[in-house]
Unconditional design. Structure first.
Length: 344
């Protein structure tokens, strides 16, 4: 039987986020703020690192990665906003909330190489000119470093950069789901060509992964819809359209997940039907054996009563006659059962 680690390796695809350190981002009241390096990037024709000490004008756009401690130090106006802090708490799922002057939320990203393991969690704050990540896992840093070589379209701001970050989370997911589908196809072949050994445990692993992915995509869809709703007027029409486009793409991935879950359910039904057939054959065999020995049991019970007036007890050939009758009955039953194909 393959281990869970082996199944993980079969499904893994070299996503950027798969190589980062796992980090369970607890809520802000418990988070110690250790481990993250304060990094700031300026959005211009390209994404360029800039000194953290330097302030920024209202016309320039920035992206930053901070720990909680650095966040409270550099943005006391945000740290005093209780509504904002509530939006950043409990990052156990993906969410986004529109506040009067910004959007804030959390992301919990499953590791594609280990869907049953712990995910990577981070929080974000987005306004017209700033994209702030509260992240100690390195996920946001890897994205910004990798994105620094990309030419940025003119008049693109922090909302566009966050859209690109969200896109990076699902860019290879269609390929990943295709690989998932191939693994399910392999399970079906295993089931049809053999007795399905280890099938149940493998199918359970894949179905559990699909359940987690389905929840993840549903949360991403809600997050994108919340941003596209733009109740606080934070985003332009083009930026809202970007979030709607992202929501549509995630919805298609969700549809693929639903199809795979239905496929896995069909495999479960086939597996269960094979088990039922096997059990029926066993019960049929036991029934035949029971029926075969039922007349012999009757004869043994009948002559085991030992009444004193039973004539067969004193007949010299009674014992071999009873043996002959028992053999004859057994042979007749076997011939009859074979004609009825009860032994198959």
């Amino acid at each position: 039987m393959k281990s869970t680690t082996a199944l993980h390796s079969e499904l893994s695809i070299p996503f950027v986020r798969n190589s980062v350190k796992l980090f369970s981002f607890s809520d802000l009241t418990d988070y110690d703020g250790k481990g993250g390096d304060h990094v700031r990037y300026r959005l211009s024709a390209k994404l360029k690192p800039c000194p953290q000490e330097k302030g920024h004008s209202e016309t320039e756009c920035y992206a930053e990665i901070l720990s909680r401690e650095e966040f409270e130090k550099n943005y006391p106006e945000f740290s005093a906003d209780r509504a904002l802090l509530r939006s950043l708490e409990h990052p156990h799922y993906c969410k986004a909330e529109l506040l009067p002057n910004c959007a804030a939320g959390t992301l919990l990203l499953p590791q594609k190489a280990g869907l049953s393991g712990e995910g990577t969690a981070l929080a974000f704050i987005l306004d017209r000119h700033r994209l702030i990540f509260l992240d100690d896992s390195g996920t946001a840093g890897q994205f910004l470093e990798g994105f620094s070589a990309v030419n940025i379209p003119k008049d693109s701001g922090s909302a566009w950069l966050f859209f690109e970050f969200l896109e990076s989370l699902i860019r290879e997911d269609a390929l990943f789901l295709q690989r998932y589908e191939k693994r399910l196809d392999g399970l079906e072949e295993l089931l049809l060509e053999s007795d399905g050994k280890d099938f149940g445990s493998k199918l359970h692993f894949y179905r559990r992964g699909l359940l987690r992915l389905g929840s993840y995509y549903s949360q991403l869809t809600d997050l994108a819809d919340s941003l596209a709703d733009n109740r606080n007027g934070l985003f332009s029409a083009k930026e809202c359209r970007n979030f709607e486009l992202f929501s549509d793409r995630v919805s298609r991935l969700s549809s693929h997940i639903r199809a795979l879950r239905e496929y896995s359910l069909q495999l479960q039904e086939i597996y269960q039907s094979k088990i039922d057939v096997r059990q029926n054959k066993i019960m049929q065999f036991l029934t035949v054996v029971t029926t075969l020995f039922m007349p012999l049991t009757l004869i043994a019970g009948w002559y085991g009563m030992n009444f004193s007036d039973m004539p067969e007890l004193h007949a010299p050939y009674a014992y071999p006659i009873v043996i002959a009758i028992s053999i004859a009955v057994t042979v007749i039953e076997i011939i009859y059962f074979k004609k009825k194909n009860w032994f198959h």
